[in-house]
Design a protein around this ligand. Structure first.
Ligand code: MRU
Length: 364
């Protein structure tokens, strides 16, 4: 996607051989500063994932793949240890383990001196495939939007989203936002309600930044506002992303997603989840088995922003003596999900629905 006329991916290779590294957009500094960082080693990649310089399930996966490649350049015998280091960075998004396992499976058959080149090629293939999958999700999701827009007539179509499942969360395009970009570009009058997404504010910081850069009309709302807007008939559709969707169609996503799904169900608002197949955990039968990341309570007790004089500041907003619990994800049961938008099309959020699109997984 473009920022001020320049096309960017969120991660791209720079240099070759001993000088090979990857460059990423530092998402901890958005929306106030657009800056990039070079990841030059396994530890750089692991730190970037852990500290959320890069975040969003597909981008975490692509970064981990490049991180494993960088580890192979520096020590091709360290495959198992490097894979474990990367997998330990964040527990919920399955794309991380998926990407590490995919690269590792290739490397295990390859002599150590050839591992770096093979890993680098596999990481590039993962990044390119993510772009193609997100573009296809956009095409299928645009059909969902266009069908609802046709019913809405001339008025704007109000779409609510939670967290950031745009191009910043992926390598390009995004999952939940790809259909919105395509519908907007095709002339459908879309407007997006952007949940601020406390505590890290990925909606207010990142989704608003993306939509603004692309010229998509949007309004940031407090996380608690969506239910009221749905009761008033001001939400036509909810589209969110996913960090892990399991075999029965249960969806794990940023904490607060479940409450939006409940409100959507109560108000008859369609609730779609957009995800690439790399986000599907076929090995888990239901969502209760998904590990939920617990992050530093400081993300909840403090808030960061920019002052009117341009200084970035972090201030405490919770009394010093009050403990805080910062659970980052929740699970939305499949029964609350209208449909899953994947790169192969739209299906019911169920085992049978997923198998219609991915018949090769029906023996898993
Ligand atoms: O904690 P984050 O910012 O990595 O969480 C991201 C989300 O929850 C997104 O909604 C999800 O990864 C889908 S991204 C296409």
């Amino acid at each position: 996607m473009k920022i001020q006329g320049t096309h960017y991916r969120t991660i791209w290779p720079v240099g070759t051989g001993a000088n090979a590294r990857v460059r990423v957009i530092d998402q901890t500094r958005l929306p106030f500063t657009f800056a990039t960082i070079d990841l030059n080693s396994l530890n750089d990649a692991a730190d970037a994932i852990r500290t959320m310089v890069v975040r969003g399930a597909p981008l975490i996966g692509a970064t981990a793949a490049y991180g494993l490649a960088l580890a192979m350049r520096d020590d091709p015998a360290s495959l198992a240890q490097a894979a474990a280091t990367l997998k330990a960075t964040r527990p919920t998004a399955i794309n991380l383990a998926w990407a590490v396992d995919r690269v590792r499976a290739v490397l295990e058959k390859i002599p150590e001196p050839n591992r770096f080149a093979a890993a680098w090629a596999e990481a590039e293939a993962i990044a390119d495939a993510d772009v193609a999958q997100c573009r296809a999700i956009g095409v299928h999701g645009q059909d969902v939007i266009s069908t609802l827009a046709a019913k809405a007539g001339q008025r704007r179509l109000n779409i609510l989203t939670h967290c950031n499942a745009g191009w910043l969360a992926c390598v390009d395009w995004g999952t939940a936002l790809a259909p919105i970009y395509m519908a907007h570009d095709a002339g459908v009058p879309v407007h997006v309600w952007v949940d601020e997404t406390r505590p890290r504010n990925q909606g207010a910081f990142l989704t608003a930044f993306e939509l603004g850069a692309h010229g998509v009309p949007h309004t940031v709302i407090a996380d608690n506002t969506g239910g009221l807007l749905m009761q008033r008939g001001d939400v036509d559709l909810v589209i969110v992303g996913s960090d892990r969707t399991v075999a029965n169609g249960d969806v794990c996503n940023k904490v607060g997603t479940y409450l939006k799904a409940l409100a959507a169900h109560d108000n008859g608002v369609p609730f779609y989840v957009a995800l690439p197949s790399s986000t599907i955990d076929w090995a888990l039968a239901e969502g209760g088995g998904i590990p939920i990341e617990e992050r530093d309570a400081r993300e909840l007790t403090h808030i960061s922003g920019q002052t009117s004089t341009g200084l970035n500041e972090t201030v405490r907003i919770v009394p010093a003596g009050s403990p805080a619990l910062n659970l980052a994800f929740d699970v939305t049961p499949a029964r609350l999900v209208t449909g899953l938008i994947t790169e192969r099309g739209v299906c019911a959020a169920s085992r049978a629905g997923l198998h219609t699109l991915f018949p090769e997984m029906s023996n898993e």
